[in-house]
Design a protein around this ligand. Structure first.
Ligand code: G3P
Ligand code: CA
Length: 245
């Protein structure tokens, strides 16, 4: 199987992270899918933003959970360096992204950012939206909060979940099975060819983050990884086109 390319927070090297221009550009650069981060607004709307606070990636201040969706969307999205170029770019709702991605053939990796705040109601709202746009088959859900993925899986047994982790883990295949997940998203430093082989033996997927160097992309392809999550989808596409096993 060919290694898939997921644009991390969209093509965020070229456009503000987690915004519609970054997602649309990922499609232009031939990514197979996008990865995005979801938190919950004060009025219970899933919004696409990486941090619990808006401070780093908008011109506002405060916690996402303390702002309504209209307050969030009145902010300029993107870190300071983008503000001059992108005046009208806002924090998208998950619904806006689903509306756009539905007619494409792209896959979607929704990372639930509920490891800082538990965000009661986030998981059912996200599942409702994904179902509403008939995107369940093209979506997989990831999170560093494994408990929430376990509960998501119980709410929607047909959902694909993938366990995100940064530190080495003993026998991830045993853990993946125990949590009824369908794959793992390890930090690149935790990946070995043996790990991938063992996961594949149990038909579990391995998608690595965040791979930005061509050399590492080639190595992952040599190891038959299922997907790479990258800030630079154009580089990954070029590597994949030139790749010879
Ligand atoms: O999903 C992979 C990666 O996005 C996890 O780390 O901090 O970039 O959300 P982070
Ligand atoms: Ca993420």
């Amino acid at each position: 199987m060919q290694t898939q390319i997921f644009a991390h927070r969209g093509a965020n090297y070229k456009f503000p992270e987690n915004t519609m221009p970054a997602f649309k550009h990922a499609l232009k650069e031939k990514a197979d899918g996008i990865e995005l981060d979801v938190q919950l607004s004060k009025d219970g709307i899933p919004v696409v933003i990486h941090d619990e606070k808006v401070n780093r990636t908008t011109n506002g201040v405060g916690y996402v959970k303390d702002l309504t969706v209209s307050e969030l969307q009145s902010l300029r999205a993107g870190t300071r360096k983008w503000w001059r170029l992108y005046h009208n770019t806002t924090i998208p709702t998950l619904e806006e992204v689903l509306k756009w991605i539905g007619p494409t053939s792209m896959h979607l990796n929704i990372e639930l950012k509920n490891n800082g705040f538990a965000y009661e109601g986030l998981t059912p709202s996200v599942l409702d939206l994904v179902n509403q746009f008939n995107m369940m088959e093209r979506t997989f859900f990831s999170s560093f909060n494994h408990d929430s993925l376990y509960h998501l899986q119980q709410m929607a047994p047909e959902a694909n979940t993938a366990l995100l982790y940064r530190k080495p883990m003993p026998e991830p295949w045993t853990y993946t099975k125990a949590l009824n997940a369908s794959g793992i998203h390890p930090h690149r430093r935790n990946i070995t060819p043996g790990l991938i082989k063992q996961m594949h033996k149990y038909q579990f997927a391995v998608r690595a983050y965040t791979i930005n160097q061509a050399r590492t992309m080639r190595q992952m392809m040599d190891w038959d990884i299922d997907a790479i999550i990258t800030d630079v989808p154009a580089v990954a596409d070029k590597v994949r086109r030139q790749y010879k096993p």
